[in-house]
Design a protein around this ligand. Structure first.
Ligand SMILES: Cc1cc2nc3c(=O)[nH]c(=O)nc-3n(C[C@H](O)[C@H](O)[C@H](O)COP(=O)(O)OP(=O)(O)OC[C@H]3O[C@@H](n4cnc5c(N)ncnc54)[C@H](O)[C@@H]3O)c2cc1C
Length: 852
């Protein structure tokens, strides 16, 4: 084998590079691993500052691919120190003869792709050029220390230490005056130990971080027992978990328990000494600000109880950003350190550093001399080490330039324009939001399997398609947008590096979901990739995930319940089932007033519920019709949605029941709907509504009733309507639209359930009547302005779209919202699905616009 032309060049000999080298060799690929440092270990080679440890428990932060390691290696502590983890990496490298495959003290400086040879040429700091078919950046997410952006750093004459590049033979601070700049994870780990030696320690803090105690010690007995019992199951659970650690996700909202109970639960988590325990106590810490405050308040109260000086305690207390949206830290005596008389905290917000000087630091109104300065100023995370190499892909495009406005990748593994380039734990993959060992192993195995499969099928290049990459970007954004992360200036968001684009760099959809997606990409013939070879080319273009992540979670959860299909029930059973499901929903926001009453329908009284806003009236009024396929539901069955619309749009809602099938078949519902509308209009003033501002609204079959009522009002002399809001409406009884096939199953409302509804509601001959199928009305002109909301994963999608288009073609003003990634039911799930908030907000805005 020529050393200057290999199958794969791997950059980096941390855990990722080591495992990849092993797998490449096992599968017969020639390779070179190039590493800047002079030993293996990556993170654990460079970060030798005092107190450096992993903060994911070492039962979880270790390789699983070599089962022998579990017997050969035992960790001395729950959170092992850097020297121990480094020894572990060295042990693995020695055991598997990996040292022989690594070029140390060799930095990769450039890489150029050639379309002609279908190879990369890699240039090293030693001036060597190596050609390779595949090029893997295993360069680490936290391997590029960030240059401190502080004036005067080059003036200081004394020793300067950077936590991420700590001297190998250690530093003795005994008797010294030491400054530590930064209070991120490395600082929080090292400050207590530096304080033990230093005569004087001044800590410069810009933003306080949340830190939880490690309570380090032996491995927890319950964890050891679980591993002994069934290691395989434990590891499988980790791989499919949210963060790569097998923690049972909570199903309790922080807002649903009494404050004392919440405190007790958090105290238990605090005592566990696990990085993820506090955040995992409640289901909504990452998505709801009020829920997050419960945890944040708890930690602040802990800080206040530990730190004796109230002013210092307050300075150390994070405020203004949610817990978990900056990487939480783990410490041993961090907060206690500030009780020592020789330790001082400086708040850079009130006393900024004016300049580093020859002998110390000028800050605020002071000038202090120091014997040593420690920079714990963090990393250019996720992309820093990748774009530090001049990577030139197809047509001379560099990755740095392509990513100027934010990294674009497919799966965080690959990028358009850079064939055969792979990144391990790259931006757009779970990476730093996970137990990295789990993520590293998954990436290495995916790359390995991909290379093997390409070789078997005779393909030489693999490159994602622009559509797949854009789809992945959108999916990452969908995942991020339902969390609290985007509001915080964190290194997750690139905010710590001036000029870095502001996006959430890691994928926040969870390790388990991510793994399933990668597996699905492979199983679907490398969906979203183009593969080329001398014999064949294959492009399987597509987007792997468009469904909203929280909607997907609900569907997954429902799938585990094994619920019987509604269409297998009798109408009576279906009604009972629907009522039982409604009973366990969050109630929705409080409204000013709710009044139940009855009004005259076409053939007898109909119940209604009036929702009135807290603001002063008279309010415009929306006559609302519930969903339930004309078979079940009632005037109160869409209660959370009605409350939400009432509050958000500041309108009165009258939710009306109507007669149900099969007892009362077509056109009972339609006639009741119109009768109710007439009654509300006639009584508007006496009910406290503005009689000149009336609209109709409805969801699903209720959307059908609303659309029909609007047509009847036009054709029968009123009332005059200001608008119609139709949420995923039924508009066409023919059910011939493609979405009935595309979304036939798996999204709650199924094709067969829709058929069941129609069979109960209307004879086939009646279904083309416009009072059953408003889309089939011969004339749609003269109808009130409409907002039509359709959902991507709804069997009714296309008939809703068709109605919006037909209305528009007839000259009706239409706002048409195609809710991406939503199902027939998801938009109604108030206080359950964050992704359903924007569509409902748009619906409320439409109501406001209807009423001027
Ligand atoms: C202080 C600290 C504590 C951490 N604690 C945890 C934890 O508790 N749990 C957790 O999951 N993760 C933790 N991490 C994240 C940690 O980085 C990963 O867990 C893991 O070690 C990354 O392994 P890696 O092989 O992907 O990258 P790294 O270990 O970063 O290795 C990358 C290697 O690539 C080399 N390299 C980079 N660029 C080049 C180049 N151009 N040419 C040649 N070589 C290059 C670097 O020298 C480095 O050795 C921690 C990180 C830090 C900094």
């Amino acid at each position: 084998m020529s050393r200057s032309d290999v199958d794969v060049v791997v950059v980096g000999a941390g855990f990722a590079g080591l495992y990849l080298l092993h797998e490449l060799r096992e599968n017969g690929f020639s390779s070179r691993v190039l590493e800047t440092g002079d030993d293996v270990g990556g993170t654990w080679y460079w970060n030798r500052y005092p107190g450096a440890r992993c903060d994911i428990s070492t039962t979880d932060y270790q390789f699983t691919w070599d089962p022998e390691l579990h017997d050969e290696w035992s960790w001395s502590e729950k959170h092992a120190t850097q020297p121990e983890i480094l020894r572990y990496a060295q042990h693995v490298a020695r055991k598997h003869d990996l040292y022989s495959g690594i070029d140390f003290e060799t930095r990769v400086v450039g890489a150029v792709w050639s379309d002609e040879s279908r190879k990369w040429t890699i240039t090293t700091s030693k001036g060597e050029n190596i050609t390779c078919r595949h090029y893997v950046m295993a360069t680490g997410c936290l391997s590029m220390p960030k240059e401190p952006d502080i004036p005067g750093t080059d003036r200081y004459k004394g020793p300067v230490y950077v936590t991420g590049r700590w001297p190998h033979d250690g530093v003795d601070f005994t008797g010294q005056r030491v400054a530590v700049i930064g209070t991120g994870s490395s600082a929080i780990q090292s400050i207590p130990l530096i304080a033990e030696q230093a005569a004087e320690l001044v800590v410069f803090q810009r933003t306080p971080n949340f830190s939880v105690p490690a309570h380090n010690g032996p491995q927890p007995a319950d964890r050891v027992a679980r591993l002994r019992e069934d290691r395989g199951a434990y590891e499988a659970e980790a791989r499919l978990s949210t963060s790569g650690v097998p923690i049972q996700p909570s199903t309790t909202s922080a807002l649903a328990v009494a404050p004392d109970t919440a405190r007790e639960m958090l105290e238990t988590a605090w005592q566990r000494g696990e990085l993820l325990a506090l955040g995992a106590t409640f289901m909504d810490v990452g998505i709801s600000r009020p829920a997050n405050e419960v945890v944040s308040d708890f930690i602040r109260s802990k800080i206040a109880s530990i730190v004796k000086d109230p002013k210092t305690a307050e300075l150390l207390s994070p405020r203004g950003y949610p817990f978990g949206t900056k990487r939480p830290c783990m410490d041993t005596n961090y907060y206690q350190t500030f009780n020592l008389p020789h330790v001082r905290l400086v708040d850079l917000n009130t006393d900024p550093i004016r300049s580093i000087t020859e002998t110390g630091i000028d800050f605020g109104s002071e000038s202090r001399e120091f014997d040593a300065i420690v920079y714990a100023t963090g990393f250019d995370a996720m992309t820093g080490a990748i774009v530090a190499v001049d990577i030139e892909g197809r047509d001379g495009m560099t990755l740095k330039k392509k990513w100027a406005n934010g990294p674009l990748t497919y799966l965080g593994l690959t990028s358009v324009g850079f064939p055969n380039l792979f990144m391990i734990t790259g931006p757009g993959s779970p990476s730093v939001l996970s137990n990295m060992m789990v993520s590293i192993e998954q990436h290495v195995e995916w790359i390995r399997d991909t290379l093997v499969s390409m070789r078997e099928e005779g393909f030489e290049t693999i490159e994602p398609t622009p559509r797949a990459e854009e789809g992945w970007r959108a999916h990452c954004e969908d995942c991020a947008s339902i969390t609290l992360f985007q509001d915080t200036n964190s290194w997750y968001m690139g905010a710590n590096v001036p000029g870095k684009p502001r996006v959430l760099f890691p994928y926040i959809g969870g390790v388990g979901r991510y793994r399933k997606i990668c597996d699905e990409v492979t199983a679907r013939g490398f969906l979203g990739f183009e593969l080329t070879g001398s014999v064949a080319t294959r492009c399987n273009d597509g987007v792997v995930r468009e469904i909203q992540p929280d909607v997907e979670s609900v569907l997954e959860m429902m799938a585990t319940l094994g619920l019987p299909p509604i269409e297998a029930m009798s109408p009576v059973e279906a009604r009972a089932f629907s009522e039982a499901s409604s009973a366990v929903r969050p109630p929705g926001p409080a409204v000013g007033e709710m009044i139940d009453g009855s009004l005259p329908g076409e053939a007898g009284p109909l119940e209604y519920r009036l929702y009135r806003p807290a603001s002063g009236g008279p309010h415009p009024v929306v006559v609302y019709f519930h969903g339930g396929g004309w078979v079940f539901g009632s005037h109160v069955s869409d209660d959370p949605l009605c409350r939400d619309l009432c509050v958000q749009a500041d309108v009165a809602i009258v939710s009306v029941n109507y007669r149900h099938a099969p007892e009362d078949r077509f056109p009972a519902a339609a006639l009741d709907g119109y009768a109710a509308l007439r009654w509300v209009a006639a009584n508007a003033a006496s009910l406290g509504f503005d009689p000149a501002r009336i609209a109709v609204a409805g969801w699903s079959a209720g959307g059908n009733v609303a659309a029909v009522a609007a047509q009847m009002a036009r054709d029968n002399g009123g009332p005059e309507l200001r608008g119609q809001l139709l949420l995923t409406p039924v508009t066409d009884g023919s059910r011939q639209h493609q979405s009935h096939t595309d979304n036939a199953d798996g999204y709650i409302l199924t094709k067969s359930l829709m058929e069941w509804f129609w069979n109960h509601y209307a004879d086939p001959a009646d279904r083309s009547n416009p009072l059953a199928s408003p889309l089939l009305a011969p004339d749609l002109s003269g109808l009130p302005p409409a907002m039509v909301v359709t959902a991507q994963y709804d069997p009714l999608r296309d008939e809703g779209d068709a109605y919006a288009e037909a209305l528009s073609a007839a000259g009706v003003h239409v706002e048409h919202l195609r809710a991406k990634g939503h199902t027939h039911t998801s938009i109604t799930m108030v206080d359950m699905l964050p992704s359903s908030v924007p569509p409902r907000r748009a619906m409320a805005s439409a109501l406001r616009r209807f009423f001027g």
